[in-house]
Design a protein around this ligand. Structure first.
Ligand SMILES: Cc1ncc(COP(=O)(O)O)c(C=O)c1O
Length: 392
């Protein structure tokens, strides 16, 4: 079956964050929204059908986890990431960002230091700071238009109070798929200092053709024993509004502590529609996923070619995973706020401002390319015309 990713779908009047928040974020509704990390593609029909089928029964009562939920998840992770999971390692989480916050609360104390690697997905900062832990930056280096971890800086930042590092694997916004070698080096340093790694792997299934995702916990025994991994079908199958994700904790002691925390917060289970959708995704999703990633890769290639040929002062970091393109606009000669305003107010394009991703985000914008190509063609036309007009 050929899926149609060119379909234009109006998201107005659906309470979509991407559309409804434009006025407050960009000061105008007259804008192409190319920001929040969900896709403008139709959520696959096999997922919509599974939900519709469940709705044919008229009672939406308290529900157990479906029997095939964990077997399907285990099979998916084995087939896609070559990781053999034991059933008892895994449990349900109502969202990965809440999960990050739970780990901070469960495994650290107020005043403890937690390392993040900016520029990075900004809720990593919030879950540390809003829980009154100390945020420590281990900024990534840019080498040959790709991000690399800076291990010297990491070692220099570790103190007796450093308890945790939140890893974005693959990386958002840089789209970097961390190699096994990089993750091993990270483990060597963190294991030596008893630092727990929280590996956010929400983009694992969004790895683009030519790259392979390595789950952090698989790189060594010490990584297996000193990490918490989060995964979800939400990004790859465009169902983040359903809130369905999982934790994986092989270490029994860590797992017991985390489960106790979740139980004390009465946060054990998911909702009936999320369960139905997740089962359908892991059961039927591969063909759709492959076609979607090919389409996204085509969109990335289109943007890269267009910028190279028409607006060479903007340099895209070509992602190895995800549908997010990190644009280095330094050569446009504007401060980040002015750049953001230029794109939104003048070109009518709503992108994420680089500085919200922390140090290293200056002069950058994040572009979401998970939309019909015609939208990107329109966006690039608007951008080129605005840049040309502003020269005079
Ligand atoms: C790295 C990363 N983690 C987590 C999330 C969101 O996770 P959730 O919606 O499950 O809280 C996103 C969404 O963009 C993300 O990019």
């Amino acid at each position: 079956m050929n899926y149609n990713f060119d379909e234009l779908i109006d998201r107005h009047n659906t309470d979509s964050v991407k559309v409804e928040r434009c006025k407050s974020l960009f000061g105008t509704e007259n804008i192409l929204p190319l920001w929040v990390a969900d896709m403008d593609f139709r959520t696959p029909d096999f997922i919509l059908k599974a939900i519709q089928q469940r709705l044919e029964h008229p009672i939406l009562g308290y529900s157990m986890t479906p029997k095939n939920f964990y077997p399907l998840l285990i099979k998916w992770i084995k087939e896609h990431h070559n990781w053999d999971l034991k059933r008892e390692w895994i449990g349900f989480l109502p969202g990965i960002v809440p999960g990050l916050s739970f780990t901070v609360q469960c495994f650290t104390e107020p005043g403890d230091e937690i390392i993040v690697q900016p520029p990075v997905y900004y809720p990593f900062f919030h879950v540390v700071q809003k829980n009154h832990r100390k945020l420590v930056y281990n900024q990534l280096n840019e080498v040959n238009a790709k991000y690399e971890m800076n291990f010297e800086d990491l070692e220099s930042k570790i103190t007796s109070k450093t308890k945790m590092l939140i890893l974005c694997n693959p990386h958002n916004p840089g789209g970097r798929v961390w190699s096994a070698e990089t993750l091993k080096r990270l483990d060597e340093i963190c294991s030596k200092h008893n630092i727990l790694i929280i590996s956010d792997e929400i983009h694992a299934d969004m790895v683009l053709p030519g790259s392979t995702h390595t789950p952090y916990a698989t790189v060594s025994d010490s990584a297996t024993q000193s990490s918490v991994t989060f995964m979800a079908p939400s990004k790859v199958f465009n169902m983040p509004g359903l809130i369905s994700s999982s934790y994986i904790i092989p270490n029994a002691g860590l797992r017991e502590k985390f489960v106790e925390f979740l139980e004390a917060s009465e946060m054990g289970g998911g909702n009936v529609l999320a369960y139905a959708a997740t089962v359908a995704a892991y059961e039927n999703g591969e063909e759709w996923r492959t076609q979607m990633l090919d389409y996204v890769q085509g969109n990335i290639n289109y943007i890269a070619d267009f910028l190279k040929n028409n607006i060479p002062q903007i340099n895209p970091m070509i992602p190895e995973a995800s549908f997010l393109v990190w644009l280095d606009c330094k050569k446009m000669g504007m401060e980040t706020d002015d750049l953001f305003n230029f794109f939104s107010q003048k070109a009518g394009l709503g992108l994420n401002k680089g500085t919200v991703f922390g140090p290293g985000g200056e002069y950058h914008l994040r572009l979401n390319v998970a939309c019909p190509r015609s939208i990107l063609v329109q966006a690039m036309k608007q951008l080129k015309e605005t840049i040309d007009a502003s020269r005079y």
